[in-house]
Design a protein around this ligand. Structure first.
Ligand code: ASP
Length: 331
């Protein structure tokens, strides 16, 4: 392990408020010192992050790995038919098909992504299989579905009565207005720090009534999520086109690498989107929200507009936080 990593991990302990005598510090290895669930930190986007984070903690307590915890956390939102932006019950595209995007990345650079996947409730679990069972990073559409079948995933109808009704209602006018809900029903991104390791997951049904074949930021490394064991893990939610064009998750981590705090890094990355895409277009309004955890335990959630919340779990407690934001809504 490089000296820099050691340094970052040591400062994690100080940042996390773990006080040890100099002797204890010298005697314990880093993984031993941060090995229990009390010392794990999870952050998830939106209020459905609360049950997701609780699931992550449960998995850690029962001896699961960080990746197990993040996968199962994301599964909670994917399998909830009331969540209309993820997995089962997700809003369909303009042709009435629910198409899903998901990705997972760990701090060592292992990653798996699925895009434009139809008919499977838990795309994050399929993305993890792409990471662990294939030599590839991204599988798309029918190829991703074929792979999912080969891994034993069952096909189901993702369109619920409720999402079908919403689509039929929308079809009357068929007016596409890509809005990211400020009422907490969007993509789930989950980032975590456990035993000195970081990872990120992100899973979504994407923008409601999008064009068929549209893929957003959520399954794209650097945009919807990124993880690097030297710095931390970040995930994004919001209007994916702008997150893609700004490589937001990667940028946040690079800003942290340069020594900025988690919160300042989010703020600078979101300001870049605002300055480049929002400010010059008075007609435009869109939301982007972030969650980030540093390898040193520094964490943040931030958004462009008010209304974004994130869930944080640390020392075994889970809280829902109103994220700081850059600007008021235009009206
Ligand atoms: N980022 C997602 C997308 O553009 C949407 C969301 O976060 O709700 O597909």
């Amino acid at each position: 392990m490089s000296n820099r990593r050691n340094f970052l991990k040591k400062s994690a302990l100080i940042g996390g408020g773990i006080l040890l005598s100099p002797l204890a510090k010298a005697e314990l290895s880093i993984p031993e010192m941060i090995s229990n669930s009390e010392d794990s930190i999870f952050l998830s986007t939106w209020n459905h992050g609360v049950p997701a984070n609780k699931k992550a903690l449960e998995i850690i307590k029962s001896g699961g790995s960080l990746l197990d915890a993040l996968e199962k956390a994301a599964n909670v939102s994917e399998s909830n038919p009331k969540n209309t932006s993820v997995g089962l019950g997700g809003m369909p595209d303009r042709d009435g098909h629910v198409t899903l995007d998901a990705a997972v990345m760990d701090g060592k650079g292992n990653a798996g992504c699925v895009c434009f996947l139809e008919g499977f409730e838990n795309p994050i679990s399929i993305a993890r299989k792409v990471m662990e069972e294939t030599p590839h990073v991204i599988l798309v559409g029918e190829g991703a579905a074929q792979f999912a079948r080969s891994q034993g995933f069952k096909e189901i109808e993702l369109l619920t009565e409720e999402s079908k009704k919403a689509w039929e209602e929308w079809s009357k006018e068929a007016k596409y207005s890509p809005e990211v809900n400020v009422e907490n029903h969007d993509t789930i991104g989950v980032v975590g720090l456990h035993k000195g390791e970081v990872a990120a997951t992100c899973t979504t049904s994407g923008m409601a009534f999008k064009m068929r074949g549209r893929v957003g930021d959520s399954p794209i490394l650097g945009a919807g999520l990124f993880a690097d064991e030297e710095v931390g893990a970040c995930a994004a939610t919001g209007l994916g086109e702008y997150v893609l064009k700004s490589q937001t998750s990667f940028l946040v981590l690079e800003l942290m690498r340069q020594g900025n705090s988690a919160e300042k890094s989010c703020k600078i990355a979101l300001e870049r989107i605002k300055t480049k895409f929002l400010d010059p277009n008075p007609e435009l309004e869109f939301q982007v929200g972030l969650v980030v955890i540093g390898i040193n335990g520094d964490y943040a959630g931030y958004s462009i507009l008010p209304g974004y919340q994130y869930a944080i779990t640390k020392r075994g407690n889970t809280e829902l936080i109103d994220a700081p934001y850059l600007a008021k809504r235009r009206g």
